[in-house]
Design a protein around this ligand. Structure first.
Ligand SMILES: Cc1cc2nc3c(=O)[nH]c(=O)nc-3n(C[C@H](O)[C@H](O)[C@H](O)COP(=O)(O)O)c2cc1C
Length: 340
């Protein structure tokens, strides 16, 4: 498999490159992994309804998220400890996202500091993902560093009051290899006491707040009431509460509850351009890619991430054309139907 054509090919190559420790951490999900599998299976239940004889000689895949222009509706998800997958770690991802014309979300548990990642890709758009640690000084220092280095939004991950139980990683005795420094340790110090009241503190930093991990209409409504600029419909790639709906199935209720008052993004299980189209059709503005991006990182560092982002963009372009749409904005609810 010397010439990867798609994300599945990158996944196979990544498996060959990584040791069991890194691989299980990247691959795995919580519990019986029903949500992990369903995230992918559920996309296939939403069938596409192309319209024909629509002139699509000119396609523009670009869009915006919170006003930031991106080349395609595909953003890089926050993934912890990227030096576990490639020695260049988050710097490689940052440069690849910049080259692909998109936005990177940097994890709170990165193996590089926010300032160093900013320096790796000067001028590129980036957001900072926030975990609230029991030691609030750690959290505050990271947020301050992000604010000082032109991160454009704070993405609070709300599905992780504590880490889910990922048995695959436990079985291989997952550990952060000696020599890798993590900005803050998710395995020890998450603050399970955070609540809606903490959002004011976060919003007080003057950046738009994005809530990542909203999967119900009720929480979507509360997110808007508390001033969220966007929500990410996410189940953390099936790594937190096993048994949660696939995100593509949860998306419609969130979109309905938000009712245009905030932007809606989606992640978990995106492996193909047609998955992106389904998300757009059901009201998402863009998707985030986690593992897909990391497979590229594991295989070839920066060029690997660039290749994955590029092939997904190309798949979106092809899909738009075949669907009879010339831009993401033209993809609408009529372009999908649910066929279980
Ligand atoms: C290895 C790994 C590490 C992750 N680390 C974080 C993190 O630090 N913060 C966070 O908000 N989400 C984290 N996530 C979740 C991703 O941001 C995203 O929600 C998920 O990967 C999407 O599913 P996908 O991998 O199927 O694209 C992580 C996911 C993986 C696979």
């Amino acid at each position: 498999l010397s010439d990867p054509f798609n994300v599945h090919d990158y996944e196979l190559l990544a498996r060959e490159r990584l040791d069991d420790n890194a691989w299980e951490y990247l691959r795995g999900g919580a519990g019986d992994e029903t949500t992990l599998r369903d995230n992918i299976a559920a996309f296939a239940r939403w069938k596409l309804r192309p319209r024909v004889l629509v002139a699509t000689d000119r396609i523009d895949t670009s869009t915006t998220v919170l006003g930031t222009p991106i080349a395609a509706p595909i953003v890089v998800a926050p993934l912890a400890t990227q030096k576990l997958f490639h020695p260049d770690g988050e710097a490689a991802t940052a440069r690849a996202a910049a080259a692909a014309g998109t936005l990177m979300v940097l994890s709170s548990s990165a193996t590089m500091r926010p300032a160093a990642v900013a320096e790796a890709a000067p001028g590129a758009p980036r957001w900072f993902q926030v975990y609230v640690f029991r030691d609030r000084a750690i959290t505050q220092a990271l947020i301050d560093e992000a604010c000082a280095n032109d991160y454009g939004a704070l993405v609070l991950t709300v599905d992780t009051p504590i880490l889910g139980r990922r048995e695959g990683a436990l079985r291989v005795g997952f550990h952060i290899p000696a020599g890798l420094e993590v900005a803050a340790d998710i395995f020890e110090g998450l603050d399970s006491s955070i609540g809606w009241g903490d959002l004011e503190w976060l919003a007080g930093h003057g950046l738009p707040v994005v809530l990542k991990g909203v999967v119900t209409a009720e929480d979507a409504q509360r997110a808007v009431e508390h001033g969220a600029a966007a929500v990410v419909v996410s189940n953390h790639g099936g790594r937190q509460l096993d048994g949660v709906s696939a995100t593509i199935d949860a998306l419609p209720q969130v979109v309905e509850a938000i009712d245009g008052r905030a932007e809606v993004l989606l992640d978990s299980g995106v492996r193909r351009g047609v998955d992106v189209l389904r998300a757009l059709a059901l009201g998402a503005r863009a998707v985030l890619v986690g593992r897909a991006m990391a497979f590229g990182l594991a295989v070839a560092g920066e060029p690997g991430v660039r290749a994955v982002l590029g092939l997904l963009r190309d798949e979106v372009e092809l899909g738009l054309r075949l669907l009879g749409c010339s831009s993401p904005a033209e993809v609408s609810r009529e372009h999908v139907e649910w066929r279980p």
